[in-house]
Design a protein around this ligand. Structure first.
Ligand code: IPE
Ligand code: IPE
Ligand code: MG
Length: 240
């Protein structure tokens, strides 16, 4: 591949999957896989920024993940808690702007506060834009957006005429990802070939890269492979 045509996607979305299987392979509890997986996140953020990726969005907890055993959900929430706190401390050093997408109102109060605090302290950072999808579901996001729009209509903030003239990019202002460009590349680890309710609106024209590598084993080299794959795609957007 010639260097001059090599492009780095502006926004990469990742479904970090396979933590449980990674741990099982080592005769360890699934939660151990989540601990390792959270360490991978930090390395991948750094690698992504060094490669020139400006936006990275990771799926950390889906609206369906509440179905898991209580103890596993608690471990995941504790890890997220630790992550938010740690990231608040490191925010000026790593220069990352962190945002959470998803319905955080179902999370514990203290976790919600940490999220708001992290979003606030990192808001002016100029490095990687890092989005964490937490209690996130693509359908839920679209439904919440539709409800907000309906509320604006009911309150008279949007007239019937304006509603009629509304374009896709106007609707996007109601999504959790407002101000964030759509991902050009989706990566899913662990060999599953499905979206599991991730960024349904935003991934409409993304390239999909699936790898059998389990999330705790994902690294800079694997990220580079995904970008190489992306560069081999012919993106037509409905044209010829
Ligand atoms: C991904 O790993 C992490 C979350 C969904 C929170 P999994 O926990 O889904 O791991 P597998 O898919 O069971 O191996
Ligand atoms: C998707 O992984 C959600 C996250 C990575 C947070 P799951 O492991 O929950 O998805 P399914 O159950 O295999 O579809
Ligand atoms: Mg899984």
């Amino acid at each position: 591949m010639s260097n001059e045509n090599y492009t780095i996607p502006q926004h990469v979305a990742i479904i970090m999957d396979g933590n449980g299987r990674w741990a099982k392979k080592r005769m360890m509890p699934r939660t151990y896989g989540h601990v390792q997986g959270s360490k991978t996140v930090e390395q991948v953020c750094e690698a992504a920024w060094k490669m020139g990726i400006k936006y990275l969005t990771v799926y950390a907890f889906s609206t369906e993940n509440w179905k898991r055993p209580e103890q596993e959900v608690n471990t995941l929430m504790d890890l997220l808690r630790d992550y938010m706190k740690d990231c608040i401390q490191k925010s000026s050093k790593n220069n990352m702007r962190v945002r959470v997408i998803g319905d955080i109102t179902r999370l514990d109060e203290d976790l919600q506060l940490s999220i708001r605090e992290l979003e606030r302290v990192s808001a002016k950072n100029t490095g990687l834009n890092f989005q964490v999808a937490l209690n996130y579901g693509g359908r839920d996001e679209i439904l919440r957006a539709a409800k907000r729009l309906a509320k604006d209509c009911a309150e008279g903030k949007i007239s019937a005429k304006e509603l009629d003239a509304m374009q896709e990019n106007d609707f996007e202002h109601y999504l959790d990802t407002k101000e964030i460009p759509s991902p050009e590349l989706l990566i899913r680890t662990s060999g599953e070939l499905r979206l599991s309710n991730y960024m349904l609106w935003q991934l409409a024209y993304a390239e999909f890269y699936f790898t059998d590598v389990l999330w705790p084993d994902f690294d800079k080299k694997e990220l580079k492979k995904a970008i190489d794959y992306y560069n081999k795609r012919d993106r037509r957007f409905g044209g010829i």
